[in-house]
Design a protein around this ligand. Structure first.
Ligand code: SF4
Ligand code: SF4
Length: 292
């Protein structure tokens, strides 16, 4: 059974995690102008048009995972991954960077996607054979030679890739990435935190004494996390005007959001556990009463 944050406060580790989150929320509160956020409702509507709320909690949850996973640079993504998705925009951008036409780029560097249908649209995959590195992987750099313009799936380290968000939304669960040490380590760590945390309401109740002008602390964090996800997903230029309209002093750095993202991501993991437990409970009578 999970304990409330207050009950868990005797645990030095959880005390530190909550204390870090509290310090982070206090610092984030200072970014809100004294008169509160401006145009909040209209900015939220514009954000909704950029990425629908239907993608929640998967969009913000994956933004939190993105902030918390630390890539071990094992090279698997660039050396072994067979399915690096390439959107039409990715193809245009990389072709321009390489100084070749989009058509020639697609011919030389892409192949059809292995999944067909509306989920994939016009997306293709980077062309590579089994056992070959991505054609843009540079062994000397031990990195990507089109780094500035690399596909969105590589920039977003797969959590916030279009394909991942679509499958999370369709399957109503967060995806795990097998073979990725960063994902495994992050989930192990979050599972430890989730195991000692109480429920969401207790968690935020513990932080509710921090209230920036005109918005709750939880509301501010969730707004900033969504903006951070959009910054990663669409690029900083699309997000700057929204931040200006809100009169937020500046977009916080990843480090400033991480302590709260840790608690939020752990609470999502707890919710997934709860969902699995409920499903098992619902299935049990059917199994007992089923055919022998
Ligand atoms: S598999 Fe994971 S740890 Fe390895 S390079 Fe990719 S993101 Fe990094
Ligand atoms: S495009 Fe760059 S980052 Fe993406 S898989 Fe290829 S080498 Fe790696």
């Amino acid at each position: 059974m999970g304990r409330t944050v207050s009950e868990s406060a005797g645990d030095p580790e959880i005390r530190q995690i909550v204390e870090d989150a509290r310090t982070a929320l206090l610092a984030l509160s200072c970014l809100v102008p004294a008169g509160g956020l401006r145009e909040l409702d209209r900015v939220i509507e514009d954000m909704e048009e950029m990425i629908s709320e239907d993608f929640e909690p998967y969009f913000s949850g994956n933004a939190a995972f993105h902030l918390l996973a630390i890539c071990q640079r094992c090279g698997r993504c660039c050396l072994e991954e067979m399915e690096v998705a390439l959107s039409d925009q990715d193809a245009r951008r990389i072709a321009e960077f390489l100084g070749i036409s989009r058509k020639s780029f697609l011919h030389r560097f892409s192949r059809p996607h292995t999944i067909a249908g509306p989920l994939v649209g016009s997306a293709r995959l980077i062309r590579k054979e089994e056992g070959e590195a991505c054609p843009f992987f540079d062994q000397e750099l031990f990195g990507c030679r089109v780094h500035q313009v690399k596909p969105q799936v590589c920039r977003a380290a797969f959590y916030l890739s279009k394909m991942n968000l679509l499958t999370c939304k369709r399957d109503r669960q967060f995806n795990r990435f097998s073979g990725c040490q960063a994902d495994a380590q992050m989930h192990d760590r979050l599972a430890e935190v989730a195991g000692i945390l109480g429920n969401d309401a207790d968690l935020w109740a513990d932080l509710s004494t921090i209230s920036p002008p005109g918005i709750s602390g939880q509301g501010l964090f969730q707004l900033l996390l969504r903006l951070k996800g959009m910054e990663i997903y669409f690029g900083a230029d699309r997000v700057k005007p929204l931040v200006r309209r809100l009169r937020i002093a500046r977009m916080p750095d990843d480090d400033e959001l991480r302590p709260l993202a840790r608690l939020y991501a752990a609470s999502l993991i707890r919710r997934e556990w709860q969902k699995e437990k409920n499903q098992t409970r619902q299935q049990r009578p059917r199994l007992d009463g089923g055919e022998k």
